[in-house]
Design a protein around this ligand. Structure first.
Ligand code: DQA
Length: 150
């Protein structure tokens, strides 16, 4: 009997996350973006998810990927990085989602500068996971795999 294809998931990382490993390691740790991506793909295989990880510093590119996810009903794990705090354009793209979208952060933005306490994304996301380093992504993938996220 033929098995069903693993469910596609997009992991989208916003600006400066391509510099993980080099960027403020005291806050973001020493895991590089390539290692983070590899960990997500590997966990995806265990969870029967076909995970693709993309990173961009450009708002327009992230918005285009969110449109693609909306058009194809693909669940998303999104770290909007600094766009979290002020990008209404990104929020409007997330609001068009047709599948679960989990907002993730490596650090806990609420434990940092005041401007990081505001997320313009959270209200249109399925949920938010923050403060667990790369494990934030893994928890999000597990939530998607559980199939209960809306
Ligand atoms: C971040 C938190 C944001 O405040 C920050 O601008 C980032 C990364 C995180 O993953 O902890 O770039 O989203």
């Amino acid at each position: 009997m033929a098995g069903t294809a693993p469910r596609r998931v997009l992991v989208l990382n916003g600006p400066n996350l391509g510099r993980l490993g080099l960027r403020e390691p005291g806050i973001y740790g020493t895991t590089t973006h390539a290692e983070l991506a590899d960990g997500c793909v590997r966990l995806g295989k265990e969870l029967d998810l076909d995970v693709e990880v993309r990173q961009s510093d450009a708002e327009a590119e992230l918005i285009g990927w969110l449109h693609e996810a909306a058009d194809q009903e693909i669940p998303v794990v999104l770290n909007p990085a600094a766009f979290t705090h002020y990008s209404y354009a990104l929020r409007d793209a997330v609001a068009q989602r047709t599948a679960p979208l989990i907002e993730v952060h490596i650090s806990n933005p609420h434990a940092r500068e005041d401007f990081r306490s505001v997320s313009v994304i959270s209200a249109v996301a399925t949920g938010t996971i923050a403060g667990f380093g790369p494990l934030s992504y893994h928890l999000a993938l597990r939530a998607l795999a559980a199939g209960t996220a809306r």
